[in-house]
Design a protein around this ligand. Sequence first.
Ligand SMILES: [Zn+2]
Ligand SMILES: [Zn+2]
Length: 319
Amino acid sequence: MSREESPIVRPVSPDEGYNWMHRAFLQAFMTHNVMTADEMKPILAHVITAHSMSLSPHAPPSPPDTSTLPDPDRPWTAGDITQPQITNTLQLINAQIEPYDFEIRSIRNQQTKLTTYAFVNKTSDSLTQLATKFSPSEIAYIRRVLDHMFEVNNTHTREVMAVKHTVASQLARPSRRSRQSQINGDADGETSQATVDAGISIQEADAVLDTLVAQSFFQKSRAGYYALAPRGLMELTPYLKETYNDDDDDPDDVIIRIRDCEGCREIVTYGVRCNNRDCGVRWHDACANSYYRGRARDQRGCPKCGTVCEGMCMWGEGG
Ligand SMILES: [Zn+2]
Ligand SMILES: [Zn+2]
């Protein structure tokens, strides 16, 4: 007997196989670009309710624990959705979109600590993806902003990894030196552009920054710094490591500007660093807290260099 003919109302749950409900949820997700679990819950509740109604219009949608609810006929609400249901839904969706090289990934927002989910393309360099939204001179501008964040504002003594709005505006036009390097081509001969990039106007640069913030690639702090938002970090991590790290065979030439957290091994651009400036250990503050929690002060040695952690040395924007 098929589900449609069944007189017994089958409880509809996100644990069933991929169906219309997951497609509807995926569509909703894609219009948001990024979402937290709390933002997903009402949408998931809505599509489950709609799905239940479509299967059996006169039957109760059967939220969980109906026995304790005053009205078992009520639709699902955000409060009915559990984290395992979200995880399960995303796993089913990811299995469907995997052949197309898309994935819904999660990363913890380094500032708010909330887990953020984003719809990402697994294969292509994210800057190439941005090329569908921006012109070549705008992409070149974004590269200059990233260079400023991860090279100029990311030195041995000053790891900011963010850029002030005023500075980002000044980057609208490439500096004389970078224009020269465009003419000559980079050292590896990768870019030898026939036409020299004259840059964009400050108004155009501001529009690019606004778009990047609106699409959750960048975030702007109250202090007026632009930094990579969770989605930007998720999508740009391979590009950032390839561009700004130099893992040369010669150990003396190794330059690591983009680091992974010592705790969770995800990219970290804001958090806690080892008290030894020459040590590469960096943490998200929550990851450092959970590592050092419960240890006596003199037992809080850095896992790599042994330097005792004397309180939290913040780094990243304002650190
Ligand atoms: Zn971490
Ligand atoms: Zn250390």
